[in-house]
Design a protein around this ligand. Structure first.
Ligand code: ATP
Ligand code: MG
Length: 641
C-alpha cells in the first residue's frame, strides 16, 4: 500500500482548517452585522409609524373605523408588516388589518437570532390639544427584514470558505513543488541506485538547482552512498585479496611440501645416479666391444635424463642452487641464436627484438638458457607446420597496481623477455594449469609437463615474475621478468663457462668426506684414475682427526649432508678456522640451505653437483688445486650435456 504523501496529509488538514476558519469568520461577521441590521430595521419601522400617525390620530380622535383602516392600510404595503392595529382611547380597537404570508424556512432560521415577530407601537396624541387619543401598533415579521441579511451572510461564509480553500490549495501546490516533488525525485533516484555497483550517483538537476535544505539532504545521501560504495569496494577488494593470499599460501605450502619431498628424493636419487654415472665412466676405460659401448652409452643417456628430471623438479620447488650473475639479454640471445635456430628447424623464422640501453638482469645464466630453450621447444610444438618465433627483450617497470593484482611480485625495474609464437595458443583451462608440474597436453613420451613448471620455479627463485598471454588459434606470448642488476657491471667480463683442462693431478692428495660407502667408493676410483691420492672419511669428526694426522692433504671434497654433529658446511667452517689456506669443495645431490641463502649459492663456495661426469669432477679439482686457473672463478660446476 502506498503511504499517504506529505502533501496529501497537509491537504486534508489544510482543507479542514480552511472550512472551519471560513465558518468561524463568517459567523462572527454575521453576528456583528445582525445587530446593525436590527437597529436599522427598528428605525425604519419607527419612521413608517410616524408617517402614518397623522391619519391614525384623526381616526382615533373621531373613533372612525373607516378612517382608521384607511390610515392603517399603507403600512401593510411594507413586506415586513403583517398586522396593523389602531386602538382608540379606552381600548376600543378601530382598525385591525392582517396579512399572513406563508411560513418560510427562513422563519426558522430567524429564531436563532431574534423573535419571529415583534410588536412596534406609537402613542397617538392630538397635536392641538395635546390629548392622548389612542395608539398605533404594527406586528413586524423579522424574517422578511432579515432576508437580505441572510443572503449576504451566506455569501460571506461561502466566499470566506472558498477564499481559504483557494489559498490553501495554492500553498499546498507550492509545498508540493518545493518539498514533495524534489523529495520524491530524490527517493526515486535513490531507489535506482545499487550500492554494490560503483557507478557515479547523479543528483537530479532540479534538486541541485534548488540549492536548499533538500539539496543538502541529497548531498548527504550522496556522501553516504559514496562512502558505502567505497566501503563495499574495499570489502570486495579485501575479500579478493584474502582469497588470493589464501591461494598463494596454499600454493606455497604445497610448494614447500613438494620441495621437501623433491629434496629428499633428489638427495638419494642423485647419490644413486652418482654411483651409476661414476661406474659407467670407469667402465668406459675398459676394453669393450661395440655392443658393450652401445649399452654403456644408453645407460649414460638414462642417467642424464634422470639427472635432468631431478634438476627440473628442484627448479620447480625453488631449491636449485642458483648462481646469479649480471646478464645482458642481447648478448645472451646472440650466443644462443644458433642453438635456438637448430632446435626449431628450418621452417621456423626466429627473430630477436632488442633495444638500446638495455639493462643487465640478475639471474643464473645456465638456468635462464635452459628456460629459453624450453620455451622455444614449447613454441615449436605449438606450430607443427612452422611459424614465427619472436623473442623481444626490453626494460620494464612493474608498478604497484600490477604487482598488487598479481600478488607474487614486488614493484620495481625488470628486464622482460617476451617469447611469442603464432601457434595453436592455449585454452583457458590449459593456461590455468600450464605451470603445474607434470601437466602436459602432449602425447605420452613427447612432453613431461615440467618445462613451464621449471621456468616458473626458476623465475620465482630469481625474484622475478612470469606470465602467459595466449589466445586459442592466435598464438602465445610468455613473458619472463627478471630483476634488473643495478650495480655497475665490469666492462671486460670473462667468458661464461669454465674451460675444461686435461687433468694433471699427480702428487695431489685429497680428503673425500662422504657417508655413502658406494658413492665414496666410486669417487675414490675416479680420483685414483686421475693420479690423485685419496684419503676418505665417512663423517666430520673422522675427517678432522685425519687432517691432524696427515699433513700432506692438499684439499677436501666434502658431501654436505653428513651424519653426526657437524654437517659438511660446518665441517668446512671448522677447517677454515683451523687451516686458513686450506681449500674445500662441496658435493651434493640436494644442497638444502647449508650453502644456499637468499635463493643463491653462498659467495666463494665451490659446488660439485651430483651426479657428476669425470669432466665436471676435473673442473672442480682444477679449481680446488688451483691448477685450472678457472677463468671466471666459478663456484659450481654443473653438467651441461
Ligand atoms: N607456446 C605454447 N603454445 C601452446 N601451448 C603451450 C605453449 N607452451 C606450453 N603450452 C601448453 O602447456 C603445457 C605445459 O607445458 P610444459 O612446457 O610445462 O610441458 P610440456 O611442453 O608438455 O612438456 P615438457 O616441457 O616437460 O617437455 C603444454 O603441454 C602445452 O599444452
Ligand atoms: Mg615444454
Amino acid at each position: 500500500m502506498k503511504k499517504p504523501t506529505i502533501a496529501l496529509t497537509l491537504a486534508r488538514y489544510g482543507l479542514t482548517i480552511a472550512v472551519v476558519l471560513g465558518l468561524m469568520t463568517g459567523s462572527i461577521q454575521i453576528i456583528r452585522d445582525f445587530s446593525d441590521e436590527k437597529l436599522r430595521n427598528q428605525s425604519f419601522i419607527q419612521k413608517m409609524l410616524v408617517l402614518s400617525s397623522a391619519g391614525a390620530i384623526q381616526a382615533a380622535f373621531q373613533i372612525d373605523k373607516s378612517l382608521a383602516e384607511e390610515a392603517a392600510r399603507p403600512l401593510l404595503l411594507s413586506d415586513s408588516i403583517t398586522r396593523v392595529t389602531i386602538t382608540a382611547d379606552r381600548g376600543v380597537q378601530i382598525a385591525n388589518l392582517v396579512r399572513k404570508p406563508a411560513l418560510q424556512p427562513i422563519d426558522h432560521l430567524t429564531k436563532l437570532f431574534t423573535e419571529p415577530y415583534e410588536l412596534y407601537e406609537i402613542k397617538l396624541i392630538e397635536s392641538k390639544t395635546d390629548i392622548y387619543v389612542g395608539k398605533l401598533s404594527v406586528e413586524v415579521r423579522n424574517s422578511t427584514l432579515l432576508q437580505d441579511f441572510y443572503e449576504r451572510s451566506i455569501r460571506v461564509i461561502v466566499t470566506g470558505i472558498l477564499k481559504n480553500l483557494l489559498l490553501t490549495a495554492l500553498l499546498l501546490y507550492l509545498f508540493y513543488l518545493v518539498l514533495s516533488l524534489p523529495l520524491s525525485l530524490l527517493t526515486q533516484r535513490l531507489n535506482t541506485v545499487d550500492p554494490r555497483k560503483p557507478e557515479p550517483f547523479l543528483l537530479p538537476s532540479r534538486i541541485v538547482q534548488a540549492n536548499n535544505e533538500i539539496t543538502e539532504v541529497a548531498l548527504s545521501a550522496n556522501h553516504i552512498l559514496r562512502a558505502s560504495q567505497d566501503y563495499l569496494r574495499e570489502l570486495a577488494n579485501s575479500q579478493a585479496l584474502t582469497k588470493k593470499m589464501t591461494n598463494q599460501l596454499r600454493h606455497s605450502e604445497r610448494l614447500s611440501a613438494i620441495g621437501q619431498l623433491v629434496g629428499g628424493v633428489a638427495h638419494d636419487f642423485n647419490n644413486i645416479l652418482a654411483i651409476i654415472l661414476g661406474s659407467l665412466e670407469l667402465l668406459e676405460n675398459q676394453a669393450l666391444n661395440e655392443r658393450g659401448k652401445r649399452l654403456l652409452s644408453m645407460a649414460r643417456d638414462a642417467t642424464d635424463k634422470g639427472s635432468k628430471l631431478t634438476s627440473q623438479l628442484l627448479a620447480y620447488s625453488r631449491n636449485q642452487p642458483l648462481e646469479p650473475t649480471p646478464i645482458l639479454a642481447s648478448e645472451l640471445l646472440s650466443s644462443m641464436e644458433e642453438l635456438l635456430q637448430r632446435t626449431l628447424g628450418e621452417q621456423y623464422a626466429l627473430e630477436f627484438i632488442t633495444s638500446s640501453g638495455l639493462w643487465h638482469c640478475f639471474a643464473d645464466q645456465q638456468q635462464l638458457e635452459t628456460v629459453l630453450l624450453n620455451l622455444t621447444l614449447n613454441a615449436r610444438d605449438a606450430m607443427p607446420n612452422g611459424g614465427n618465433l619472436t623473442i623481444e627483450v626490453r626494460n620494464t617497470w612493474l608498478d604497484l597496481e600490477y604487482c598488487a593484482q598479481e600478488g607474487d611480485v614486488e614493484p620495481g625495474q625488470y628486464v622482460c623477455f617476451a617469447i611469442s609464437d603464432n601457434g595453436t595458443g592455449m585454452s583457458k583451462p590449459v593456461m590455468a594449469q600450464a605451470f603445474e608440474p607434470y601437466f602436459s597436453t602432449k602425447p605420452v613420451g613427447k612432453g613431461s609437463g615440467l618445462g613451464l613448471a621449471m621456468a616458473y620455479g626458476f623465475v620465482k627463485q630469481s625474484g622475478g615474475h612470469i606470465k602467459i598471454y595466449s589466445e586459442e588459434g592466435e598464438g602465445t606470448t610468455v613473458k619472463l621478468y627478471l630483476p634488473r642488476y643495478s650495480q655497475p657491471v665490469k666492462a671486460n667480463r670473462p667468458p661464461e663457462l669454465p674451460r675444461y683442462l686435461p687433468p694433471d693431478f699427480a702428487g695431489c692428495c685429497l680428503l673425500v668426506v662422504e657417508d655413502d660407502p658406494l658413492v665414496l667408493e666410486v669417487i675414490k676410483a675416479q680420483l685414483m684414475e686421475m693420479q690423485i691420492e685419496v684419503i676418505t672419511a665417512s663423517d666430520a669428526s673422522t675427517a678432522l682427526d685425519l687432517l691432524q694426522q696427515i699433513p700432506k692433504i692438499d684439499a677436501a671434497l666434502i658431501d654436505i649432508v653428513l651424519p653426526g654433529n657437524l654437517n659438511g658446511r660446518q665441517l668446512a667452517n671448522r677447517l677454515e678456522a683451523e687451516y686458513p689456506s686450506f681449500r674445500v669443495a662441496f658435493m651434493s645431490g640436494y644442497t638444502e640451505n647449508a650453502i644456499i641463502h637468499n635463493a643463491r649459492l653462498d659467495e666463494g663456495v665451490i659446488l660439485l653437483q651430483k651426479p657428476f661426469s669425470r669432466k665436471n669432477l676435473a673442473l672442480v679439482l682444477n679449481r680446488l688445486f688451483n691448477k685450472g686457473n678457472d677463468p671466471r672463478g666459478v663456484q659450481a660446476v654443473r653438467d651441461k650435456s
